[in-house]
Design a protein around this ligand. Structure first.
Ligand code: F6R
Length: 252
């Protein structure tokens, strides 16, 4: 496991954008695993800027998003499909037929989960998986207690996760109670994983995931078992790590 600590959230975005661009330029038909949420927004903004400068193409890239709310279609502004269009897909040359996001309106969600996992398997799983981190240590929507052996599945969202995500919904509208998410085991199939965490609110989850025991109670702790993980943290998210683990790289 590698830990990169940089001064601020914009430096996390810069560093991770460079890693993604390096990967796409080395392997244009990369399979990319993508998160949504507040943390990766500046990353997507950087990727769009780099694309506009003509320094990267997404034309042959295949993407798989981690998750989607059940009950929300692509027209709902808080759906992850709409988020991805707004922040990345709508601004780059990605081929829409290579985009994969679970269908929040699937008539048979269990079948949708099986088909999503099958599509991941056929694509060979991500070359590069980008993850955000929940305040309770979740990755994707794999909440504490999710079996490490889980594949893409249907989840009931915890109150804390619904509360944290309420800000993305129009005032007065309740976030859905269920979602489809790639499982812990599906995430662990990626060849390389970059985990992004920024801000003080993530510090405890970061410390538990990196220093604590590997336990299903902290889903991100499973990443200790993956051979190629880099944590990208800002100072605030890293501040509960041992001083020698949070040396700040100020070059970004
Ligand atoms: C979203 C996802 C979640 C988020 C996590 C952090 O696709 O998989 O695990 O990464 O909830 O969200 P933010 O970045 O909004 O704090």
């Amino acid at each position: 496991m590698q830990i990169r600590v940089v001064a601020q959230a914009s430096s996390v975005a810069e560093g991770v954008a460079r890693e993604v661009v390096r990967q796409l330029n080395k392997k244009p038909d990369t399979v990319l695993g993508l998160p949504t949420g507040a943390t990766p927004e500046p990353l997507y903004q950087k990727l769009v800027e780099i694309y506009r400068r003509g320094q990267v193409s997404f034309a042959q890239v295949t993407t798989f998003n981690l998750d989607e709310y059940l009950g929300l279609g692509p027209d709902h502004p808080a759906s992850y499909r709409a988020y991805m269009e707004r922040h990345l897909f709508g601004h780059v040359d990605i081929d829409p037929s290579r985009i994969h996001i679970p269908d929040g309106l699937a008539p048979d969600p269990d079948r949708e989960c099986q088909e999503y996992e099958e599509a991941l398997r056929r694509a060979g799983y991500p070359d590069l998986q980008i993850l955000g981190l929940g305040r309770n240590g979740h990755i994707g929507f794999n909440e504490p207690g999710t079996p490490f052996g889980s594949l893409t599945h249907r989840v009931r969202l915890t109150e804390s996760t619904r509360e944290a995500n309420r800000r993305f919904f129009p005032p007065g509208e309740e976030p859905p109670t269920e979602a489809i998410t790639m499982g812990v085991r599906s995430i662990m199939q990626a060849r390389r994983i970059l985990v992004l965490a920024t801000g003080e609110a993530k510090a405890e989850a970061v410390a538990k995931a990196i220093l604590g025991p590997v336990t299903e109670e902290v889903p991100a702790s499973v990443l200790q078992l993956h051979p190629n993980v880099t944590w990208w943290l800002d100072e605030a998210a890293a501040h509960l790590l041992e001083p020698d683990l949070r040396w700040v790289d100020r070059s970004l």
